[in-house]
Design a protein around this ligand. Structure first.
Ligand code: CA
Length: 238
């Protein structure tokens, strides 16, 4: 299947060049012209790779990168930058970017970096991917896909992470604070209500009767509990 790449870049001409060239190479390309839009799309859709410009109007590439990592997104990020020195630091400090290309660059160089990152990430995913199954639900952490009765369920990246956290901790009472910390990644939350809203969405999508949930149950006064015993199959290398 063609890899899906999100290009976050505000220079119109460069956007067109990148889009056309990468499409020719067989990738599926989506474009966002500012950081906030890029972050939103990256959070709500599944991409195999993100090409992220450093200098963007509003939220810059560094902020987008950091926020994506904070919510647990591990999509490979290739940064575009005019400042080599800064990027050595960013990639070195593992703020989140996987690699970078300094502007102006040759398209051939960018393509080579993209290919290498995609290869690396599919290799890692093959080692670390797991399948979970409970009731009529199947979860594939490698593909970040959830099937219900064999049909694909549309989940945002955050809903997926929340579900994954639940199935990885079956039977445990999980407080809203723990879920916020582990799934959203901040210690002081804007509101624990965020967790309730996402749990409600997951129930709508996964529970047979969302009003009387049987998998993600409420523990009054404490939080939530994943009440199923999922079976787990760890994928190894082929
Ligand atoms: Ca720019």
């Amino acid at each position: 299947m063609a890899a899906k790449i999100l290009v976050v870049e505000d220079e119109a001409a460069l956007c067109v060049t990148l889009r056309d060239r990468l499409r020719k190479e067989g990738y599926v390309i989506a474009v966002a012209k500012d950081g906030a839009t890029g972050l939103e799309r990256a959070t709500n859709e599944n991409f195999d790779l993100i090409v992220l410009d450093l200098m963007l109007p509003g939220k810059d590439g560094l902020a987008v990168c950091q926020e994506l990592r904070q919510i647990g997104a591990n999509t490979p990020i290739l940064m575009l930058t005019a400042r080599r020195e800064t990027m050595d630091k960013v990639v070195g400090l593992k703020i989140g970017a996987d690699d970078y290309v300094t502007k102006p660059f040759q398209m051939a160089e960018l393509s080579a970096r993209i290919e290498s990152l995609l290869r690396r990430s599919s290799h890692t995913a093959e080692i670390t991917g797991s399948h979970y199954r409970f009731g009529s639900i199947q979860i594939d952490t490698r593909r970040m896909e959830v099937l219900r009765d064999g049909k694909l369920v549309a989940l945002s990246a955050r809903e997926f992470r929340l579900l994954q956290y639940f199935v990885e901790h079956p039977g445990a009472t999980l407080s809203r604070e723990e879920l916020l910390r582990e799934v959203w990644g901040y210690d002081v939350a804007p509101s624990t209500r965020t967790v309730d809203v996402h749990v409600a969405w997951l129930r709508q999508k996964l529970e047979h009767d969302p009003k009387n949930p049987r998998s993600i149950i409420t523990v009054v006064g404490l939080g939530y509990k994943f009440a199923d015993q999922p079976s787990k199959l760890v994928q190894g290398l082929p």
